[in-house]
Design a protein around this ligand. Structure first.
Ligand SMILES: Cc1cc2nc3c(=O)[nH]c(=O)nc-3n(C[C@H](O)[C@H](O)[C@H](O)COP(=O)(O)O)c2cc1C
Length: 547
């Protein structure tokens, strides 16, 4: 098992120090530029100059599959054949542009996957064997959302491909994600690494839900080390453009059954570094400021090795949900963040419970079956406007085995009774009945959206114990889990006819103080708000791609 905390005490200390240093406090925000330097604003799109471009199809969303079908184990669509059309659809529904917004002469693109500040540090890669209509030769490509195409970076032989995907049902292929930290650091400074990892989690969630729409399953290949990922995606190459840190590789399995395998053979991965790599990454900004992000990125690089993750001791049981009459793919492509909440819209109690239930890691369900580890994040909910439910603070325990630890950690509050009408499948507890809009707003950097929705929430991670158990490389994984919950909540809100917004700006320790949390057994990693959106009527919307 890969356990690097003992081997790497300095790296673990670097993680704890980074996390502490990048907390927003009432007295001072984490270190950042404090203004937007427009002269160094990063180009929104990474392109590989000189790489051959393969255009993908823009597959318009239809009525099927229905949104809920893909979340009910065994009821999703039959696996689609892997071909140009289905691979195109997978990218179209996960990492592609979803629209352009315009205000006067200024225009900016939105994407299917959410990103802090719309800065999109996450880049996508495809590693595949021969795919009907797409390629005859196995290849590594960079996904270019600007044009919805694949830039071919390297090709390799069929025997090499056969050896790479040994153990996976044919025709499995792989999707890699990397982060260009500078994109977020340009605006947010030192805290930006956190946002990059939230965004990677959003992208991972988006990919796993888009794959489910095609009847495919996804699995994080977590036995790979950072060096393996760099070899497979070619990010080890020297160039003058902004560096990409490889984050993860995901197996995309066109079958209902998900293999347990999380590794690729070492002897097959290493030779990728010797392929004839094509294309030169474009430079995004003329100059950069180093905020210490490369130090934390180095500290959390995972060594190669299988991990014996702890499993959920008692998995949540199935709660059959009344389906929403909406299309999965339309919901995915119309997802948007609310920029303001109306302070009026209310959510039904059962609607609230079902959203929370979806965030549980029910075995075999999308998207959390992609992750090989048990849930480490719990939700602390600020309930503002839910019918027949008292306003107040609630706790959703995503791993029931941690309930006692949470109870012991909350010095001020005690998770007591299950709220009225709450199904037994949902481990939700009332902490205190009270009006919490003001507290929610203040803690979310005084942002009104946190108090003006139906509810907002803090994602509280079991923090020190998993980092000490697994090693410093588990730090970004906590954020990936948070981002996945976020991407799912966006879709749940959209399917229910309301909206959501991720909230990366919050005051860390003041949130801990509300709960009476001392020490770092648990830490707040991400906030979210869900409610009735107010449209910004000054903006116009244009299609994602020329029609
Ligand atoms: C990790 C993360 C943090 C975010 N933090 C905030 C925030 O603090 N306040 C806010 O208004 N929006 C926040 N957002 C919403 C983004 O600004 C929004 O996703 C982005 O502008 C793209 O718009 P879209 O979600 O409509 O595609 C956050 C989004 C993410 C993914």
């Amino acid at each position: 098992m890969t356990r690097s905390s003992a081997d790497d005490p300095d790296r673990l200390q670097a993680v704890f120090a980074y996390h502490q240093a990048t907390k927003h406090r009432f007295e001072a925000y984490a270190r950042g530029p404090g203004y937007l330097d427009w002269a160094t604003q990063p180009e929104p799109f990474r392109r590989y100059v000189g790489a051959r471009l393969i255009m993908l199809h823009r597959v318009p969303p239809g009525d099927d599959p229905r949104y809920d079908a893909v979340f009910a184990p065994g009821q999703g669509p039959a696996p689609a054949p892997v071909n140009l059309r289905s691979v195109s659809q997978l990218f179209y529904d996960s990492l592609a542009l979803s629209a352009w917004k315009r205000l006067g002469d200024t225009r900016w693109a939105l994407r299917v996957n959410a990103s802090s500040g719309n800065l999109h540090p996450t880049e996508g890669y495809l590693i595949c064997g021969p795919v009907e209509g797409l390629c005859d030769t196995p290849m590594v490509c960079h996904y270019a959302p600007q044009v919805h195409g694949l830039e071919v970076l390297a090709e390799f032989g069929a025997p090499h491909w056969g050896a790479l995907c040994t153990g996976f049902p044919a025709p499995t292929f792989f999707i890699g994600l990397t982060s260009i930290h500078w994109r977020e650091a340009w605006k947010y400074g030192q805290r930006a690494y956190r946002y990059c990892m939230h965004d990677a989690g959003h992208a991972l969630g988006a990919i796993s839900m888009a794959a489910a729409g095609l009847g495919w399953r996804t699995r994080l290949l977590d036995a790979l080390g950072a060096e393996d990922l760099a070899s497979l995606m070619g990010t080890f190459r020297d160039h003058d453009a902004e560096r990409e840190e490889p984050d993860m590789l995901i197996a995309c399995v066109p079958a209902q059954q998900l293999p347990e395998q999380t590794a690729l053979p070492d002897a097959v991965v290493r030779p990728f570094a010797a392929l004839a790599w094509q294309g030169r990454p474009n430079q995004l900004s003329p100059s950069h400021v180093e905020w210490g992000i490369e130090d934390i990125a180095r500290a959390v690089r995972k060594p190669r090795g299988e991990v014996q993750y702890e499993r959920l001791a008692s998995a949540p049981s199935l709660w059959p949900l009344e389906p929403h009459p909406v299309s999965l793919r339309r919901t995915i492509r119309q997802r948007r963040s609310a920029v303001a909440m109306d302070g009026r819209t209310r959510l039904s109690r059962v609607g609230f419970y079902r959203m929370l239930y979806r965030t549980l890691a029910v075995p075999g369900t999308v998207p959390f079956s992609t992750l090989p580890w048990k849930p480490h994040l719990h939700l602390v909910l600020f309930v503002h406007r839910v019918d027949d439910l008292a306003a107040g603070l609630y706790l959703l325990v995503r791993d029931p085995a941690q309930r006692e630890a949470l109870q012991a950690a909350f010095a001020q509050l005690s998770p007591c009774q299950s709220p009225p009408g709450c199904p037994e499948q949902l481990p939700l507890y009332c902490l205190i009945e009270a009006q919490t809009q003001t507290a929610a707003r203040q803690i979310a950097c005084h942002q009104d959206i946190a108090g003006d929705g139906c509810f907002s929430l803090a994602m509280l991670a079991e923090y020190r114990a998993p980092l000490e158990r697994y090693g410093p490389w588990f730090y970004p994984r906590l954020y990936w889990e948070a981002g996945m919950i976020g991407q799912l909540l966006y879709l749940e809100a959209e399917a229910a006819g309301i909206r959501a917004t991720g909230i990366g700006c919050f005051f860390d320790d003041p949130m801990h103080e509300v709960l009476g949390l001392a020490g770092d057994a648990f830490q707040d990693l991400y906030h979210f708000t869900v409610g009735g959106a107010v449209e910004d009527t000054r903006l116009t919307t244009e299609p994602a791609y020329p029609v």
